[in-house]
Ligand binder design. Sequence first.
Ligand code: ADP
Ligand code: MG
Length: 701
Amino acid sequence: MTVEILDTPIEYLKGVGPKRAEVLRKELGIGTFYDLLTYYPFRYVDRSRFYAISEINSDAAWVQIRGKVTSTQLVGKGVAMRYVVTVADGSGEIDLVYFQGIKWIKDKFSIGTELIIFGKPTLFNGRYNIPHPETETAAEFSAQPADPLHPLYNTTEKTKLIGLTGRTIAKLAKTLVMQVHGMIPETLTPEITGELRLISRDEALANIHFPSDNEILAKAEARIKFEELFFIQLRLLRFKLNRSRTVRGHRFSVVGEKFNTFYSTYLPFELTGAQKKVVREIRADMGSGKQMNRLLQGDVGSGKTVVALLSMLIALDNGFQACLMAPTEILANQHYKTISRLLDGTGITCDLLTGSTKQKQRKNMYSLLQSGELHILIGTHALIEDTVQFSNLGLVVIDEQHRFGVAQRAKLWSKSSDPPHILVMTATPIPRTLAMTLYGDLDFSVIDELPPGRKPIKTYHFYESGREKVYNFMLQQIHTGRQIYVVYPLIQESETIDMKNLEEGYQHIVDAFPPPKFKVSIVHGRMKSEEKDAEMQRFTRGETNILVATTVIEVGVDVPNASVMVIESAERFGLSQLHQLRGRVGRGADQSHCILMTGYNLGQDARTRVDTMVRTTDGFEIANVDLKLRGPGDLEGTRQSGVLDLKLADIIRDEGLLRYARNLVIKLLDEDPLLEMEKNRPLAEQLKYLGRKTSDWSLIS
Ligand code: ADP
Ligand code: MG
């Protein structure tokens, strides 16, 4: 019954009505009582304190003053017209200024009335004034004093236009809290609230809006944060548990001849300790009889490809096929080349399927796939087309998964009667806390070690004034036989300008490094894929010295002889992108260099990004900075993860709470996997309730 109250459409709240309801829904996402109740204040102002007018010396803080009206007047004309109410309190005078709603305001103030004024001063012409303050007469104020900690709510221009200011929201919240206080259902069990000494949900939701002091506010925040983190973890881990109980997986029990022969005869290097560890984890997982859903994290250059190949060989040894899916054609090509080279002589068959594969080839490939003669298929999205049918697909490896949508991954399941094992590889390190939330239902493997002999890449920052120096350095590197990338941003919205920058940049480079002595290639997204490929090939084979490119080379391209990465307009790239780009060099034994070129005016965030890149090559550290700069909402993949449902909790600041919640959920599901116990009923119900609200949450990893 109580849940239903919270589901009441917001228009039925006193003071709302259909028109405001519409705007609340559209602008602030508030459609129900529940939504308003969880529309938390962003800050609180202490209203137990009165300022003297003479004390006002900053336009940053909210102030409350008490003063008498000394004059009122209309000033200016037309759009500049404003209504000015001057008040004095013995220490000084200040103007209250109204630009809108003058019609209504005009008759409200009479000279001599004592007012309680609450607002945010601004400095204008060397004098403070308070635009559109909240006012009450002293009599009204003493009849009903203000909340000691006054909540501030975010609003938008559109809500303000119809009078839905932060103040109005506070009033509505007050009405709502008074109406539902005492009836808000508990969602946690006494066991949990007891252990953590959390206040009840009912208390928390009332006090988060109208706390009587800072202590109860802190308690309300703690309770709400915990609840947010707890239910995300419960949802993820329950889902994972459910999947492992209901979905059977192929049991890859043998590590047979193909794996062993390859390992002992064909593998061109010794695996790093981290690679060995990860292969063991994957092997154990695929041998368990359950379907593997594993995220393999490894920094750029850590050697994920060979781990993928070894995993695929285990599938083959057990009589299954495997496929590897890459986000771009260039990458798919490259994987194909690397893997077919490694498999050369083993008798294992491997082919490439992309958008540009010819029809005739395709037909042939399809029949070999269906007969099982083709063991490994590498490709792009083309792999998930309905026409591609395997004889028995046992393992799917997805490289750089953040480019694949959930729906695309789901399609892979339909490729075989039992779901294949899934190995998702990512070179974008994900901070542990984010991973627990974003990929909380996957198992993790981490390659936390680079192959031996790698020298950390040196990174420098230059402004335009340093270009000559940079060119000299490039020249010197070319003389020692090294190759160079020069990367330009190409961002959708400004594509035409970016294209022009790229072309001009290319011309510059060609002028500075003229043929026939030097050779420069160019690759960008607008080229035909054959052209692109040909240019890439020239660079890969070492026939060109410099590759001028857009971010099409961001992921996966592997040219060990390339030792310099010049990134133009580096301030326009995100941190993880910069890290990815830099990872294109440093793949051989030589010292590699990364040069960030930027404009002179760097914003604070851009400066942090550049400084971070110069300071460290540690992908996890970079990922942490990135998360702090952008917040999880901007990171890819967050939409389906529930991270965005976090209103109060912050997965960085509240890391301890997050870990606690996760461990608690693990213990809980250990005891009661299906949440069937009577004592856990509130949890099961809340999970169902939340599930209804986010019904599009996918069932696929
Ligand atoms: P990423 O993890 O970025 O996909 P790759 O799989 O492309 O990395 O590997 C990067 C480079 O390191 C490749 O040239 C690969 O041959 C090489 N490599 C991988 N593992 C080892 C190892 N254990 N020892 C030496 N070189 C390795
Ligand atoms: Mg790779």
